[in-house]
Design a protein around this ligand. Sequence first.
Ligand SMILES: [Fe+2]
Length: 321
Amino acid sequence: MHYADTPVCRMRSLRSITLRVPDPVQSKDFYHEAWGLSTVDEDRSTFWLRATGSEHHVLRLEQHDVNALGKISFALGSRVEVDEAARALQKLGIPLLREPGLLSDDAGGGYGLQLVDPEGRCVELSTDTHAVVAQEPAGRRAVPRKIAHVVLNTVDIDRAADFYTQVLGMRISDWSEHQMTFLRCNSDHHVIALNQAPWTSVNHVAYEMQSIDHFMRGIGSLKHHGIAPQWGPGRHGPGDNTFSYFTDPAGLVCEYTSEVAQIDEDAWLCRTWQRTPELSDQWGTAGPPTAAVRSAMAGVADLGHRDRVVPGVADYFLSGE
Ligand SMILES: [Fe+2]
């Protein structure tokens, strides 16, 4: 699929994820009490949770009748870049959920826009968010520093990869056969990955721990809360990152990870990994994922924001039902 000759922006990093769940209080309690994030703001049934890095928040939880992705937020460098991205998106006929402006309904503030990807996901591009002092190094506390990546179940992996590379300027770091593709916007091997699936949904959200020691301490800390890994610990082939997967009270999958490969933009060559047990888990410690975690990773169909976008762009969207 050809979307664009030139990307509309240069994204600097993945800032935060918004998840919509039926009981955000229960999820907030899990991420605050057990997972290691801190609740920094709330407004009725919306909660903002912070890690130890420099983002105001890395997770926003909202109330919704079924589990869904609220939005994925990426950082741009300036307001000029946001405005330029808006003009370029409009030229390409890509629907905006929100024109450039102050993000005054978000506790993290900022200036940004929101666009819709071909499967109805909301992508936010923002700048000028509230500064916070990073709590790093975190000592020996087993707390996440940032969102490492989000994996998106997608009904057409090639079209989604074309959109995120051509329009949003991401680069493909690796493929896992024709099942998954790993995309970067900075030196981290991936900040999103796309997974071919029967419907659109969030597969999982991964949180980066400061070191492998913090990663293991995090697993131990959850064990004290009576929470066991559903898959892991292990070390993936693509990205070379450690992994340990859990499910939150909403049934969404969350991951502790560390040591993701750092990419030299000029030297990196994209590869395709075979989906063998040795490459899925280099350590050989994790074994296969359980049926329960596989089912949680598949999630429920996310019909996204299709009902909220401007009319006249119906053919832009893929059918994920
Ligand atoms: Fe992951």
